[in-house]
Design a protein around this ligand. Structure first.
Ligand SMILES: NC(=O)C1=CN([C@@H]2O[C@H](COP(=O)(O)OP(=O)(O)OC[C@H]3O[C@@H](n4cnc5c(N)ncnc54)[C@H](O)[C@@H]3O)[C@@H](O)[C@H]2O)C=CC1
Ligand SMILES: O=C([O-])CC(=O)C(=O)O
Length: 276
């Protein structure tokens, strides 16, 4: 099952190989936009995953566990959800492979966070937390170096984007007629309660004042077509407000297009001699 290194037609150089964990709406978009010089050689899917997902993967090795891959990918991308990080993260890092994750909310589980960190130290792989659907994580992480006083994060999405989530226990998504906040709490609670919708809350928490000290508001808005993310941060550096109106992916209204693009960016960074 070892993947052959493909020749990159543009440079003549051997292409680098990618393993992807999960292949849903985001995984397919990342695959479509994969930069030249990279080839998707392995996809990790649950043993009983949807056959329709596998149909897109005719020429690609599919495995259900990372140790079934005999080759050595240059980068592993997680596009699987928090369960994918929980199930495969340690194995990837212990093999010394770099793992770029979008389901950052998995790190709200402190025990898992610790196991991932230990696996990275032991194996030599690095866990790369991607910025996902939000902008400004670079500025927030830099601001933290000087001391932060306050960080808040708000997310606003249409009812269809909250369907199938814990929001259904808190508000009637079919009858809500105006923008309504249905959750206020910490980033840690948000990431645990809304695993497919509040990973950004965890990313903001980890880059800033921590998961417990970051306050989060989640809103359903029947009049919006975008996934809107707002960060407000205040500290020694000054203050910033960011509002990002993201377009959802066609195949999954929970997931913003920018989140998939942040994975594509990580792929390009893995190739580039100059990284931005
Ligand atoms: N950081 C961010 O800004 C964002 C992060 N996300 C994360 O990305 C994840 C993926 O998003 P979509 O592709 O839109 O979801 P999706 O539901 O369309 O696809 C999920 C894929 O993961 C696979 N999968 C599920 N459990 C798995 C496991 N244990 N091991 C391997 N594969 C597994 C499924 O079979 C499917 O292929 C979301 O669940 C969320 O955690 C999503 C949006 C934004
Ligand atoms: O894609 C988005 O808008 C954000 C999202 O689902 C998440 O933070 O998990």
């Amino acid at each position: 099952m070892t993947a052959q290194r493909n020749q990159n037609p543009q440079s003549g150089a051997a292409s680098r190989s990618i393993m992807m964990i999960g292949y849903g709406a985001m995984g397919r978009e990342v695959h479509r936009l994969l930069p030249a010089g990279l080839s998707l050689d392995w996809v990790v899917l649950p043993a009983h995953s949807d056959l329709s997902e596998r149909q897109h993967l005719r020429d690609i090795n599919t495995v259900s566990r990372v140790d079934q891959c005999a080759g050595r990918p240059d980068l592993v991308l997680e596009c699987a959800g928090q369960a994918g990080v929980r199930e495969h993260g340690v194995a990837v890092l212990e093999r010394g492979l770099d793992l770029a994750v979008v389901s950052v909310g998995a790190l709200a589980d402190e025990a898992l966070h610790k196991r991932l960190e230990e696996a990275a130290r032991k194996g030599g792989g690095r866990l790369i937390l991607l910025s996902g659907a939000i902008a400004g994580i670079d500025g927030l992480a830099a601001a933290r170096e000087g001391g932060l006083d306050e960080v808040t994060y708000e997310s606003r999405k249409a009812p269809r984007s909250w369907k199938g989530s814990h929001a259904e226990n808190l508000i009637n998504l079919d009858t809500v007629s105006s923008a309504t906040v249905f959750f206020e709490g910490t980033a840690a609670e948000a990431a645990r309660l809304f695993p497919a919708n509040a990973n950004v809350a965890a990313t903001v928490g980890l880059a800033g004042v921590g998961l417990e000290a970051t306050t989060v508001k989640l809103t359903v808005d029947p009049h919006t077509a975008t996934n809107t993310h707002r960060i407000h941060a205040r500290g020694r550096f000054g203050e910033f407000h960011i509002e990002l109106n993201g377009r959802p992916l066609e195949n999954n209204p929970k997931t913003s297009t920018l989140a998939a693009l942040s994975v594509v960016r990580a792929c390009r960074q893995a190739l580039a001699p100059i990284v931005i």
